[in-house]
Design a binder for this molecule. Structure first.
Ligand SMILES: C[S@@+](CC[C@H](N)C(=O)[O-])C[C@H]1O[C@@H](n2cnc3c(N)ncnc32)[C@H](O)[C@@H]1O
Length: 774
């Protein structure tokens, strides 16, 4: 039989992408049969359904009846839905599909269908993210067939689709257009992707909710084929202006896999109709769009980036689900005070911030990983280095306009252009372009007892990156911190005390943890002996006791199935302060850290290229409390995930692990293995720079609310007398010799005699990288 023109065209389209003629003919016939000779489904999107079908058949050789059903759904979901109804009457029997369209406005839940239909052939590891959801799915009103699946890799390579792919675990963003070959090594694409429906591209008007935020939607859709899920509608305030969807018909599709990968796919359907259309350079398009956003909309940040916006979209997508999954049944108790409500659009504060974009121009190894940069602070192994390790990531291109990943820009305190008194770093602006402005007279905005100004010589062009100032730690999400009065026994407190415990002749119960005497002098300084011991721990960690977890949270986060051996945690000296169950005054001498900052600090621009730093405006004696290291309390796992998401970014602050007691319990649960991350929410301590030796500050763990060593405060005390205006520094515990670390550490400019970076440089011959050691 002579093939008709449609067949010829279809076969040509498939052979152009390298599929063998014979296979194409066979599969085309089968597909035509399934679609009851309706070519419209086959021709759509450059024969995507056909290509999908062929690849599926190739992978599984012969499609069985079930697979035919699945594939037909994926190619034309509305048909499958009808088919589902038909099939339900006679189980197992495969009927030819009819091409009936669903009645307009008929409601169905595609994700549930997708889950049911696809799970049968998906391995446990690669099972779709949607399978996990037991929650009711957002309703979709659909008037025209929608595509519910990403095209296969070859289709991804085909002319007109651009895919940005973000992996939660692998921190990969993939931009397709330049990538002529998404090679077989591109393991991410082997993972089934789920739950994709085009986002509404119509004008938005009516108010509805989207992930808890007010959004607008137009009840009257522009196109018949517009299919909208509630959860896909954008928050009008944030996404609308920057939307890449314009008046032409285009779809933005989002999909996620259980492996934490999210893909955003942009399909410009109108372009398909134009014979003169050839694929443009995506970077140029993004630049044009950014310019338009900057000019036409109220986006003030000159560093606004569409790519970052899309990455955030992926974060939202992931976090929206993660949030519902993780919050179940944890019985969380918040820390010191209820968490500050994160900004309106913030499910995850990290997701609320624009991050550097990692672009892979070619294939990506499936084993991509990153590793955390955790200073030695509380996590030293036998060699005195942090034991938080993950596998190195493949070197990725990180290039953002003006971001910290941009080599042209000073590393940490990049100076953004300002338009007003408010200057922000690109990495830390919200999606809607709003960020917390600095108050130059007091960066704490009244949250501390003393004002913490920016140094007066700082010009408006030079403000530090913006962040949310919090004076006390806040639980991010999963950290389990139980401060209940009932849980803390009277034996841990001094209920009979009165006034000032430190001046009392008999030390109270709180002094027990520090060997029966208080760590503080009556002047409120850390006692010499105590301080010396803490400094010795820091300087010679190998000489001090380490504890080894049976099941180390660090190792677990790296490989849950086969965790490695614990590298050891240095046993720290603790200060125990009196607290609410003690009878003493708030002015008690054993309540130093909890009273907050009392010395006059200033944030200033260091002259040595280290960015911003802090200094005291007054002389400080040895052992004086300066400030606490305040940030979000995250679990080790949450931090690990954050670091994966942020791999490729250079962080402004370095999270610290609260691991001083990890080894003493047999099975530390995930929610008890805690860290502090001050990147987005933090206090003045986030400006403390590193110094390899003779740092002016030392950090000491302080227990206040609980004798439970899972959670404690990290407090900075002066390690020696400090003169007014002398920079306050702290040894991060970086190993500048760790060349295996995927993330380049900064080039140390501490200028100390014992600068480890400098020493290594003099002996190094080949390597040019300076990394943290795990
Ligand atoms: C916690 S932040 C300290 C505040 C930072 N200087 C700022 O401007 O925001 C850590 C970052 O400061 C810079 N930094 C800290 N100590 C440094 C040092 N000794 N030499 C060079 N850069 C340093 C690095 O860029 C590092 O990533």
């Amino acid at each position: 039989m002579v093939p008709n023109q449609k067949e010829v065209d279809a076969i040509r389209a498939m052979t152009e992408i390298g599929l063998p003629d014979k296979a194409v003919r066979t599969r085309l016939k089968e597909l035509l049969k399934m679609y009851a000779d309706d070519w419209s489904h086959i021709e759509r999107e450059n024969y995507r359904a056909l290509a999908d079908y062929i690849f599926e058949c190739e992978e599984h050789k012969e499609p069985d009846a079930k697979r035919v059903k699945e594939l037909s759904f994926r190619a034309a979901p509305q048909l499958q839905l009808i088919h589902d109804v038909e099939a339900s009457s006679s189980e197992g029997e495969v009927k030819p599909l009819s091409c009936k369209r669903r009645a307009q406005n008929e409601v169905f839940t595609p994700q549930l269908h997708l889950r049911d239909k696809r799970k049968e052939h998906i391995s446990k590891k690669s099972r779709l993210r949607v399978e996990k959801s037991e929650h009711p799915q957002p309703e979709v009103k659909c008037k025209k067939p929608i595509s519910c699946q990403f095209s296969r890799k070859q289709i991804l390579n085909s002319k007109r689709s651009s895919v940005i792919c973000l992996s939660n675990q692998k921190s990969i963003v993939h931009l397709d257009p330049k990538n002529k070959e998404l090679t077989s090594g591109h393991a991410q694409l082997e993972v089934p992707i789920s739950g994709i429906q085009p986002i509404d591209s119509s004008p938005v008007r009516n108010e509805e909710t989207w992930l808890g935020h007010k959004v607008h939607s137009d009840s009257k859709k522009k196109n018949e084929g517009d299919c909208v899920t509630d959860h896909q509608r954008r928050p009008a305030s944030t996404m609308e202006n920057a939307s890449i969807r314009e008046s032409f018909s285009s779809d933005l599709e989002i999909a996620s896999s259980e492996l934490g990968e999210v893909k955003v796919s942009l399909h410009c359907n109108d372009a398909l109709e134009r014979p003169d259309f050839s694929r443009p350079d995506l970077d140029a398009i993004l630049r044009m769009t950014e310019e338009k956003c900057l000019k036409s909309y109220k986006i003030m940040d000159p560093n606004f980036s569409i790519k970052k916006l899309m990455k955030d979209l992926c974060h939202y997508y992931l976090n929206a689900e993660t949030k519902t999954q993780k919050n179940k049944g944890k019985g969380l108790v918040n820390a010191v005070q209820p968490p500050v409500p994160l900004k309106n659009s913030s499910v995850n504060p990290e997701a609320n911030h624009v991050h550097d974009l990692t672009i892979l121009e070619s294939s990506v190894k499936s084993s991509l990983n990153s590793r955390t940069q955790i200073p030695r602070l509380l996590s030293r192994d036998g060699l005195g280095f942090p034991s938080n390790i993950v596998q190195p990531a493949e070197k990725v291109l990180v290039k953002t306009k003006g971001g910290n990943g941009d080599k042209d820009i000073p590393e940490c305190s990049q100076l953004s252009n300002s338009r007003s008194l408010v200057v922000f770093n690109q990495r830390e602006c919200n999606l809607d372009g709003t960020r917390p402005p600095h108050n130059v007279a007091d960066i704490s905005k009244g949250a501390e007892r003393v004002k913490i100004p920016l140094a007066s010589e700082v010009s408006t062009e030079q403000y530090p990156p913006s962040f949310y100032y919090i004076p006390r730690n806040q639980v991010y999400q999963n950290a389990y911190i139980n401060f209940s009065l009932a849980r803390i026994g009277n034996e841990d407190c001094c209920s009979s005390c009165f006034g000032d415990c430190v001046s009392s002749s008999i030390p109270c119960a709180c002094a027990r943890i520090t060997g029966g005497e208080f760590a503080y002098t009556v002047e409120g300084l850390v006692k010499e002996k105590f301080l010396d011991e803490c400094i010795s721990l820091y300087q010679n960690p190998q000489k001090h006791t380490h504890i080894y977890c049976k099941d180390c949270p660090n190792e677990r986060s790296k490989n849950e199935d086969l965790p490695g051996k614990c590298k050891g945690h240095l046993m720290r000296k603790f200060i125990k302060e009196c607290w609410s169950k003690c009878g003493c005054d708030i002015q008690c001498g054993n309540r130093v850290v909890q009273r907050g900052i009392t010395c006059n600090l200033e944030v200033f621009l260091t002259g040595e290229g280290k960015g911003w730093g802090i200094r005291s405006l007054e002389n400080l004696p040895r052992g004086a409390f300066v400030c606490e290291y305040v940030g979000e309390i995250v679990t080790n796992t949450e931090l690990y995930e954050r670091n994966l998401r942020n791999s490729g970014n250079k962080r402004h602050t370095y999270p610290v692990t609260l691991d001083a007691d990890w080894g003493s319990e047999a099975g530390l649960k995930d929610e008890e293995a805690l860290c502090l991350d001050a990147t987005v929410y933090g206090n003045v301590a986030r400006f403390i720079n590193h110094r390899c030796s003779d740092a002016t500050l030392i950090d000491i763990p302080v227990e206040i609310e609980t004798p439970d060593h899972h959670y404690y405060h990290i407090a900075f005390f002066t390690s020696r007398n400090v003169e007014a205006l002398e920079e306050l520094t702290w040894d991060y515990g970086i190993d500048f010799q760790d060349h295996a670390h995927p993330i380049e550490a900064f080039q140390c400019l501490c200028g100390s005699k014992g600068c480890r970076d400098k020493q290594h440089k003099t002996i190094r011959t080949k390597s040019t990288r300076y990394n943290f050691r795990s």
